[in-house]
Design a protein around this ligand. Structure first.
Ligand SMILES: [Zn+2]
Length: 255
């Protein structure tokens, strides 16, 4: 009886999810196709339920979820209005979803590399002087915080996010920010791994400086290659240290 009831609940929950997905898809398609716009008033609940061929309670529930996502504004007695989507809210949901999914960590790192390497290529052409200055500041911060695993991880994340920002590609930045909790965790793990290795800490700024130098030179191939090498660092610590010793005169924070 219990399993029968539980099963029944699961079926009802699945049906509700399907209704929500259908309504969500319908709504986003209407937005994407320019049929509805932020500020528009939607059809009444009765008309909408009829048009979508769903029950009014199901529709009401889905609309509440859309309101929670910040996509619509339900004004009692006035109607339901399309809102200007709040990217921050949607990104937070996306972000939580990624964190909760199992096995997303490795996938997030692959996506990170794809986004950053494409972003730096675009930044080679699109970066503005203020972006370069912000990257120089971020590099200074990496140099200052090298021995501190926590602050070092924050500084490292900030440098890489600034790189993505320098592409001025909003969608890449949006996805990158959604990955933020996973990426921060990765930076923290990497910094913990070298907390007792000052010889590696000392060359961390160099790896970032080489990336920044290539970006400033507008050399897409070199920037992509330096960044990819740096992102794959755990396998390359020894090479990094060796490289750093050879170029120790260049390890100084940039002026
Ligand atoms: Zn880094």
């Amino acid at each position: 009886m219990e399993s029968c009831l539980a099963n029944g609940r699961a079926i009802v929950a699945q049906a509700k999810t399907q209704v929500f997905e259908d309504i969500f898809r319908f709504f986003t398609e209407q937005l994407a196709n320019g049929v509805i716009h932020p500020g528009d008033r939607l059809l009444s609940e009765r008309e909408l339920a009829q048009a979508l061929d769903v029950s009014r309670p199901s529709l009401r529930e889905a609309m509440r979820a859309l309101a929670l996502l910040g996509l619509i504004d339900i004004r009692p007695g006035q109607g339901t209005y399309v809102r200007n989507p709040d990217a921050t809210v949607l990104r937070e949901f996306f972000s939580v979803m990624l964190v909760l999914q199992p096995n997303m960590y490795q996938s997030a790192l692959v996506t990170r590399e794809a986004i950053e390497c494409q972003a730096i290529r675009i930044a080679c052409r699109a970066a503005r002087p203020q972006d370069i200055q912000r990257l120089r500041d971020a590099l200074d911060r990496i140099t200052e915080t090298a021995p501190d695993p926590e602050k070092g991880a924050d500084a490292d994340f900030a440098f890489h996010r600034t790189l993505v920002e320098a592409s001025h590609d909003e969608v890449m930045l949006f996805v990158y920010d959604a990955l933020q909790p996973l990426l921060r965790r990765d930076h923290a793990v990497r910094r913990q791994a070298i907390k007792d290795r000052p010889e590696v800490q000392n060359v961390m700024p160099l790896a970032h400086k080489l990336v920044l130098d290539a970006l400033i030179a507008g050399d897409e191939e070199a920037a992509d290659a330096e960044l990819r090498r740096h992102i794959q660092i755990p396998q390359g610590y020894e090479e990094l240290v060796e490289n750093g010793e050879r170029q120790s005169s260049r390890v100084r924070a940039p002026g």
